[in-house]
Design a protein around this ligand. Sequence first.
Ligand SMILES: [Zn+2]
Length: 461
Amino acid sequence: MTPTIGNRDYTQRLEKFIPPKAEWTPVDTALHAPKTFFSDYKKAHELVFPAIQHTFKHHYENNFLYHRVCEVNGVTPDAVKSEKDLKKIPLLPDAFFKDYPEGKGFLNWLKTIFTGSLPKPVFKNDTPSHDEIIEEFNKKGTSIMFTSGTSGRFSFIPRDTRSWNRVKYSAMKSFTELMDYDADDSVILLIPDPRQTNLTIASLFGIAYDLYNPANIHVALDMKITTQFLRMQRDETIGISEKIKAKALSTISPLVQRTSDVRIIHLLEQIEKSGKRANIAGPPFWLDRIMERMKKEGKAVHLPESQILTGGGWKAEENKRTPEETFRKKVEEVLGIPEQRYHDVYAMSECSSVFLSCEGHYKHIPPVIVPFVLDEDLNSIGYNEVGRFAFIDPLPESYPGFIITGDRVKILEHCPVCNREGPVLDIEVTRLPGVEGRGCAAVMADLMHQDGEEHSAFPVG
Ligand SMILES: [Zn+2]
């Protein structure tokens, strides 16, 4: 086996997302001043409170809907003087971002959830589709990420360039501190081409293009995934013949899947032969399908220096749900990647930070966010208690990142396995009962289903 010498310096790659110091707000200080996220968590986390004060004032003053929410709750920025006042900041349920009207009202809705003034792209008619809107805003530097739940409604999160750069910076920082980074590694992305979609999971895994040489990145599916594509898949078209047509057009055919999987298996075999390393990233169900094919064909590879990064949720295919631990063993058996090189990420469209697991499989919470676990009455409970996940995320400028999720989590004060500092999410993240299932893995699993089977809860999106 070739020893891994390589190019581990990522500072330059991160630097391009840091604005000039003269333009820094307290938010930039909280994000960019700390040299590390997890080696001096306390020092980095101390910068978060001024960042939150700054952001809260910004959204209070510049976001129409959020201002109303604050008025109703009787809270003004002056009320948030010290850390114990954080609980006064009104949190929004994540459903807030899918509460849009169809048709003409959609653009107006976008304006009301957007903080500041939304760019004004020109549309061909006055009822542009979601996809036309996403595309035109992309051109104007505002990226509207989307994901969808089992109900078929989308969540839309608008990010200006600055807010999206912060997501990238924060994710890259977590990635480089929690995983084994070498700029010369290959990358296999088990997702639709991130350059052709604003689907959250693809956009987030697409950050690989900022960390690695694009020539070494292999994308499993060269397809444009639009909201229309997803909607057609969900039978929202009228008329039975229309439905049949839509279904035929909008699922990814077994042949396309097969061709893609065969290509990826071939790629894994080549990587094994070359003695190089690869980072394999995607939703668990996708990786599982590839491993199942390999097992059926009596194939296995041995890639002890490669890494896995799964994300997008665990229960995408309910009947094939594999607890993470069993899944890790399978990865070791079929791909020869040891368990400590297996990582999973909890991420969502509404949050600027990603929660990436260490070699011990606990998900580390970056210092640029304040996490909460809430009881049924939405009161904050402490460490080691199971409850609803909520957070104050000061990074987005374009929408208020003060969110209550529908996910059930437990937070531990320290990682039980590694020496990195700061709190961690316990391994299992699930959906709360009665909360709509959502997540990017579901959206994609749906595309690959022929029987239209419904899926239930899973966490990430
Ligand atoms: Zn750890």
